[in-house]
Design a binder for this molecule. Sequence first.
Ligand code: S3P
Length: 163
Amino acid sequence: MIYTLTGFMGCGKTSVGRALAERLGWEFIDLDEYIEHKLGRSISTVFATEGEEKFRAVEAEAVRDVIIMHQLTGTDLVLALGGGTLTIAPVQPLILEQTSCVYLRATADSLREWVKGSTDRPLLASADFDALLQSRIPIYEKAGTIIDVDSLSYDDVVNTLLG
Ligand code: S3P
């Protein structure tokens, strides 16, 4: 089984993913880290030199890699997606149908607070924060599970998910 974690930048996908994988004794993969390893370049560099479209193509390929790896090995894993991964049309059905997708939902105020000082997220500099969030909410809401994380610790989120 694969748990995927989705939600806007800053919602805690990586930290919750790590905590969840640890609790379950499963493998953990952070998609952004996976991409950076695969390319040998930071995401900021890819955005700056090749643009967002190229990044999305690489991101889609990375999702396919991870799902194929899981199918071949049968390894249970937790995959923290990037904030934009679920918006990529060709991989959205793959994520929604082949994985158990969890949306870590937070208010715009919380998210703004949680990304404060972040320097490695190119879209924070180039996009309109509120407009981007609003455009993505209906996409995130396609996830099979939604958890409101504003006042929850990472462990609380894991407890909520696992019951
Ligand atoms: C992005 C979110 C980032 C990263 C890239 C694009 C987005 O991941 O994939 O900068 O489109 O929202 P996090 O959500 O982990 O910050």
